[in-house]
Design a protein around this ligand. Structure first.
Ligand SMILES: [Zn+2]
Length: 115
């Protein structure tokens, strides 16, 4: 299926956008399950909860955040990790993609090419 190839604005190659998979969504569900289990088990710790709660909260929050970043990642280039504006839904492409690697010039060029 070559019809879903898009041009990467950074490495100038025709690439198939890499999107989050079902496994990534299941991983996110697992992250939430572990975080909620830690809350439930934390109730059994008694007075030790006051000592351990900052660590449990930090670990649970980072676990869920990492899961969300992976499960809801923008379509990106498999070669250079650049977010592909042409693979985004039209309303998202107009708002601009959040790409930490792209310079402001690349983002404006991608917007002009898409308009
Ligand atoms: Zn690329």
């Amino acid at each position: 299926m070559s019809h879903d190839l898009v041009d990467c604005p950074r490495c100038r190659a025709a690439v198939r956008p890499v999107r989050p998979s079902v496994t990534d969504r299941l991983l996110l569900a697992g992250c939430w399950l572990v975080a909620m289990s830690m809350v439930a088990i934390g109730g059994l710790l008694g007075p030790f909860l006051f000592v351990l709660s900052p660590f449990l909260i930090a670990f649970g929050a980072s676990l869920v955040r990492t899961g969300h970043e992976r499960a809801f990642r923008e379509p990106h280039c498999g070669r250079c990790e650049t977010i592909l504006p042409d693979a985004l839904p039209r309303h998202r492409a107009m708002m601009g993609a959040r790409d930490p690697h792209a310079s402001s010039q690349e983002v404006s060029l991608a917007r002009k090419a898409h308009a």
